[in-house]
Write a protein that binds this ligand. Structure first.
Ligand SMILES: [Zn+2]
Ligand SMILES: [Zn+2]
Length: 360
């Protein structure tokens, strides 16, 4: 529920909406330094990221204190920059999280704020602007705002051209978004070429079979499916599921043996990116939905998909959902000709159950 707080607009001060920069008539009742044109824009910002920023925006937007010495001014500038960096990080994470969870409209405001914070921190030509542009582009594509998406991608491409030493990770994401845009416009051949570049750059960065390439592979498979090349699509879906299954099994085995030896888990255990893991849950869910409609049912593949998803939920901190999926997978695995999978799922389930909160 959004509280509407009519704005007492001081004479001569033109207040602008946090989201669309139109004249504002509402004010956030908590921070009182954020303004909106309509209750709809206030609600969008609230659902996206504003609650995480609200208490931090007051100090950022307060009038600058009267400072005498250069040292005081320098310290004040550094503190403001530090606060902006923190806000930028919060916005980038929120935008990614909402996209990963399949909610592009909630991602859009956070992505927009991240662009503004990034410009304030780094200027208009910095390669640091590319991640916000790419998030804005991806959210726009998913919402069907293709012309807008093309503009954001153009900005990202231009910024990358000015910064030829940018990371392969950013290039991969640029190609992924270009692929998604071509796919949305029905140009499937161009879409495949860009998505293949995404997979290529991620493979250069992380090695073959790594889960970082899985979003690119997934979008490629979807294009193949639209081209009626179901065989290629199916083998890619299998590859994606298997790579997640293998990486998560390895990770959890390491965690388990670290716990048994009573030592802290290794640095590799913290490597799994939460945004990527959330996106993977979405991808695996879509793969299982596509398979439900396939003429040939393959229970072995369904079991692996469920098991991988259960492991992802545990990594993301939802032990209850992890147990629920693992029990379902175990039930199906008992009917499979080989019992290896059932043994592995049982071991996982025991581990996940030990992480359930104790009921009173
Ligand atoms: Zn607005
Ligand atoms: Zn606020």
């Amino acid at each position: 529920m959004v509280s509407v707080y009519p704005l007492a607009n001081p004479k001569g001060v033109r207040l602008l909406c946090e989201l669309c920069q139109s004249p504002a008539f509402l004010q956030c009742p908590d921070c009182r330094v954020t303004y909106y044109c309509t209750p709809e824009h206030q609600l969008s910002d609230r659902e996206s990221v504003h609650p995480a920023l609200c208490h931090l925006l007051g100090p950022l937007r307060a009038p600058p204190p009267a400072l005498c010495s250069d040292e005081e001014r320098r310290r004040n500038t550094e503190q403001t920059a530090q606060l902006r960096r923190h806000l930028l990080q919060l916005c980038l994470e929120a935008a990614e999280r909402h996209l990963g969870a399949g909610m592009p409209s909630q991602s859009l405001p956070a992505a927009m704020h991240s662009l503004r914070f990034s410009i304030a921190l780094h200027g208009l030509r910095s390669s640091q602007l590319v991640p916000p542009y790419l998030l804005l582009a991806e959210a726009s594509i998913r919402l069907g705002h293709l012309t807008q998406a093309e503009e954001y991608l153009g900005q990202a491409r231009w910024t990358l051209l000015k910064n030829p030493d940018c990371s392969l990770g950013l290039l991969a994401k640029l190609h992924r978004n270009q692929g998604l845009l071509f796919s949305a416009r029905g140009n499937l051949a161009e879409a495949l070429a860009h998505l293949a570049n995404d997979v290529y750059y991620n493979t250069c960065l992380y090695g073959t079979g790594n889960v970082h390439a899985s979003p690119g592979c997934f979008h490629m498979a979807n294009v193949f499916l639209r081209q009626k090349k179901a065989g290629i699509a199916e083998s890619l879906y299998t590859e994606i599921t298997d790579s997640w299954h293998a990486q998560l099994s390895r990770m959890l085995r390491r965690q388990l043996s670290a716990a048994q030896d009573q030592r802290a888990s290794g640095p590799e255990d913290e490597c799994l990116d939460k945004g990527l893991a959330t996106e993977a849950v979405q991808i695996l869910t879509e793969i299982s939905e596509i398979r439900q409609g396939a003429p040939k049912r393959e229970p072995g593949k369904l079991v692996r998909n469920l098991h991988a998803k259960a492991m992802l939920h545990l990594v993301l901190g939802d032990a209850a959902r992890a147990c629920e999926l693992a029990r379902k997978a175990l039930l199906m695995a008992k009917d499979l000709p080989h019992q290896d999978e059932a043994g592995a799922i049982q071991a996982f389930l025991t581990m996940a159950e030990s992480k359930l909160p104790i009921c009173e």
